[in-house]
Structure formats: C-alpha cells, structure tokens
Design a protein around this ligand. Structure first.
Ligand code: ATP
Ligand code: MG
Ligand code: MG
Ligand code: MG
Length: 473
C-alpha cells in the first residue's frame, strides 16, 4: 500500500471517528495556561484540562493530529532517521471511557486491517510492561505473533506523583538492509537505540494514582492516551530511508539543493545531515512564528533563535552564503496546506520575521566563524581539545552564536567547550553591565545595554522550562 502524508493523517483520524471519537483541531505550539511547558510536545499536552478534571469534554473519546515540538531532540535531528524538532503526533484519547480491552484490538485493526494501514503482522513488534498481563493477553487475542511480544520494564509511565501506569509501544521492523545497518548492533531489538525497529506508536494506560507515600492506587476513572509519529508512519508507506525523503520534507531539501554550492542530497553523510537540519528547522520555526512566538534571547524565543542560527550554519556548510530560509517558508506552507491552511495565509509575515533574523545573524556570522575556526585550529595544535569559556562567550555575546551551536560545531572537530568558563564570563559581564548602569544612572545617562540582541538580561537555556518527557507522550 502507498499512502502520502495527508492520506495517513486522514486515515488515522477517520478510523477513530468511526469508533465514536471527536476530531480535535491541532492546537497552537505555544501552550495555553500552562507555565510548566515551553512548547506543546505531544497530543496529550493539549488535553491536560480534560484529564485532570478541570474541564469536562463534550465527548470523552477524542482524536487529533497535534503539531508538537521537542527541544530534547534538537541534537538528534539530521543524525537519526526518525527525529525532528517539530512533528505531528496522531492520537486517540479516552477520558474515563474505554480502556485496554477496546483500544488494543482497535490499534491492531488500524495497523493491519486491509481497509486501513494493512501492515504485515510479521513486521510489527509490541513491547509491554512485564506485569501487565492484561495488555499481553489483549495483544495476543488481537492477533500479534507470540514471539513479537516483548516485555520491557521501561514500559511504565510515571512522573513521580499523580496519574501513572503501564504503556505499550509498537515497533515496525524496517529490516537490516533499509539503512545498511550493522548486523551485530547490540541495540538492534524493539526498544533499543537503533534504526531497524522503528517506534511508531505509544499507548499509555493511565490506571494508577502514584501517591506521595509512594503507593500505586487504582484510579476510579482510567484514561488512555496515545501518540503515533505521523512522519515515521509516512516513511514506511513511502519506503524512504528516513523521515526526510517523505513528501513532508523532500521539497524543502530540493529547494536547499538549489541554493547550495552544487551539493546534492544523498551523496555524502556530512552534507545530508545539513540538508535535514535545514528542512527540519525551517519547518519548526515557520510554525512556531505562525503560532505567535518570536525570536529572542529567552525561553521560547531562544529556541527559535537557536534553530534558525543552526540552520544558517548548516546552510553555510553547504556553501549557502545569502539569506535563504525566508524563501523556504512558502514551500513549508504549501506542503502543509492540506491540514494547516493558516500557515499559507500568514506566510508573508512569517517570512519577514525570518528574513530580519537571518540578516541580523549574517552580519556577524562570518566574523564568528573566523574566530571559531582559528580557536579550533589552535586548540587542535595544543592538543588540549578544549575551547575556552572566554572565547565561547565572545562568540555568544559579540557574534550571536548560541552556546549549543558552538558546542556542536566544536564537537564535530572532536573538541569540547569549557561551559563553566562560559557561564563565569556571562556572570562577569552581567556584573559589569549592572555597575555601568548604576554609574550611568548617576550621570543621568541610561545606557541601554539590555536591548542589544546579543546581551540577554538573563541567560535562560532552551530547556529550562521543558519537562522531561522521556515517557510522557
Ligand atoms: P524515541 O524513543 O524514538 O525518541 P519517544 O519514545 O521519545 O520516541 P514518545 O514520547 O513515545 O516518543 O512519543 C510518541 C510517538 O511520537 C513516538 O512513538 C514517535 O512515533 C513520535 N515521536 C516522538 N518524538 C519524535 C520526534 N522527535 N520526531 C518525530 N516523531 C517523534
Ligand atoms: Mg521511545
Ligand atoms: Mg515512546
Ligand atoms: Mg524520544
């Protein structure tokens, strides 16, 4: 079977609509009334108010395709076949309504039914929590091959207190040959850190209340939430090696090829990583800005700035010298127009924000790269393998290089960055600025150091506000 991204999305939603679910629109990436979260990072993140009982949903069965953004995956992007920063999470949700006995046979029908995805059961592996005999029996009854059911003690979702419970994950075996994967990789099992067994779906059974006394008490109303990665499923239907050759990203890669110095995607690994970074990051920042966020030095804005600058540097590595990202916004909008028509309506605004941010960075980029390359060369010569904190701070403060970008660039050359030294330099500079401000106040001259783009009032790392979502889907 061959389905494109719009068809996969539609099929998932229609399946659950046929089973009595209400389709909920994809919400803004910017969380509403939720200070614990920097970005919406899963479908369930938009449903908290239903699960904690604050709002009673019109229908306790809901389904959605939710755009989600995960900062914890930034460094994976480009390198793994399966991670983006922004992705769509297909999900179905039961607020105290159905439970395991319903959701497991449904999941199997959607995955393997001839009218639905029609996957070969031999390709599917299921992990489950070892003590969750109910889930095990339900899967077996639904038709999963016995030796494709894999117990895994990590399949338990728990954030320390409150609702918790076992989960179950569905993996698709892409086969050894797909990405020329090594045969003897010890991680090559469903649930391992490998690309052969692709995790496509996570189904959480929220059935306990984890009490402050560390007891697990059965919840009176058990809930279900699930998350399926749209791009991963599309990569299966379109038989692509990674998520990035699907219809969701390939046009962006093609466009970046045109701007590059005659580079062609698929010719060498180092270049391919840069192409994928560009395709991912332009999509994420287009949506983030479309949802009302703006580049800045703090919190959400810092994430946008970091993604944009990382994409610019990726472009540079492909020989792209002029601002190019803003020109890719209409391509993102067109690819996504089917389900996200608003992006197209706002594309001029989004492109203009991106262009001014690109120009701002490009004015210091070459200077920064020169400095970086010269310290890298001398660090290598001295063989101490470290970029000092002062230099990292200068790159940040004068040239607008997010520290993570410097670290990554250095890591590619086998070098580390002295982060303690970086933070010390940051503190020192803030101290100096504070003193200068006081003196200036005394003289009646307010020196506005704070509005300068490279001088944050307070350094806030991009991940300070994100909750660890290792198991939160
Ligand atoms: P992985 O182990 O591959 O990092 P995960 O276990 O962190 O995935 P979940 O939190 O279970 O992911 O999210 C539910 C589903 O969303 C996953 O099964 C996957 O299909 C998809 N997904 C999660 N993170 C990403 C990402 N960064 N890019 C694309 N899809 C993702
Ligand atoms: Mg996982
Ligand atoms: Mg998972
Ligand atoms: Mg993950």
């Amino acid at each position: 079977k061959k389905l494109n991204s719009a068809q996969v999305r539609r099929m998932f939603l229609d399946f659950f609509i046929q089973h009595g679910h209400k389709e909920m629109p994809s919400q803004s990436l910017v969380p509403v009334d939720d200070p614990t979260l920097l970005w919406i990072n899963s479908g369930v993140a938009t449903m908290k108010k239903y699960f904690d009982g604050k709002v009673v949903p019109e229908n306790p069965r809901m389904t959605s395709s939710q755009k989600s953004l995960r900062t914890n995956d930034i460094e994976n992007v480009g390198k793994t076949a399966r991670h983006q920063t922004m992705f769509e999470m297909l999900g179905n949700f039961s607020v105290g309504n159905y439970f395991k006995d319903e959701v497991i046979p449904w999941a199997w029908e959607l995955l393997t039914g001839d009218d639905w995805f029609g996957f070969d059961p031999k390709r599917l592996y299921i992990t489950y929590y070892p003590k969750d005999h109910e889930a095990y029996q339900d899967w077996l009854k639904a038709g999963v091959l016995k030796d494709h059911l894999v117990p895994n003690k990590d399949n338990f979702w728990d954030i320390g207190q409150g609702p918790s419970g076992p989960d179950t994950e569905i993996f698709y075996d892409r086969g050894q040959a797909m990405n020329n994967l090594p045969e003897d990789d010890p991680e090559s099992y469903p649930g391992g850190e490998n690309e052969r067994y692709l995790e496509i779906w996570n189904i959480v059974f929220s059935q306990f209340n984890h009490t402050p006394e560390d007891k697990y008490e059965p919840l009176p109303h058990k809930n279900i939430d699930t998350g399926m990665g749209l791009e991963r499923v599309v990569s299966i239907f379109e038989h692509t090696k990674t998520n990035f050759e699907t219809d969701l990203f390939l046009p962006l890669i093609k466009q970046a090829e045109e701007y590059s110095d005659n580079k062609v995607y698929g010719q060498n690994d180092a270049d391919d990583i840069q192409f994928r970074i560009i395709a991912d990051h332009i999509r994420a920042i287009t949506f983030a800005i479309g949802d009302g966020a703006l580049p800045s030095n703090m919190g959400r804005g810092y994430v946008i700035r970091r993604l944009l600058r990382r994409a610019v540097v990726a472009g540079k590595k492909l020989g792209i010298d002029d601002p190019f990202l803003s020109k890719m916004v209409p391509t993102v909008a067109k690819i996504m127009a089917d389900y996200y028509p608003d992006v197209q309506k706002n594309e001029d605004y989004i492109a203009s924000v991106i262009l001014s941010e690109e120009k701002r960075f490009s004015s210091t980029l070459n200077g920064g790269l020169n400095l970086l390359n010269s310290v890298i060369a001398s660090a290598k010569k001295k063989q101490h393998g470290l970029i000092d904190g002062q230099t990292a701070f200068k790159l940040y403060d004068t040239y607008g290089f997010p520290i993570e970008l410097t670290k990554e660039y250095a890591a590619d050359e086998g070098l580390d960055v002295d982060e303690k030294g970086f933070e010390a330099a940051m503190t020192e500079q803030q101290e100096r600025a504070r003193k200068a401000r006081n003196i200036d106040n005394g003289m009646g001259v307010q020196k506005d150091v704070w509005t300068e783009f490279t001088t944050p009032s307070q350094y806030v790392g991009y991940d300070q506000l994100t909750v660890d979502n290792a198991k939160v889907i």
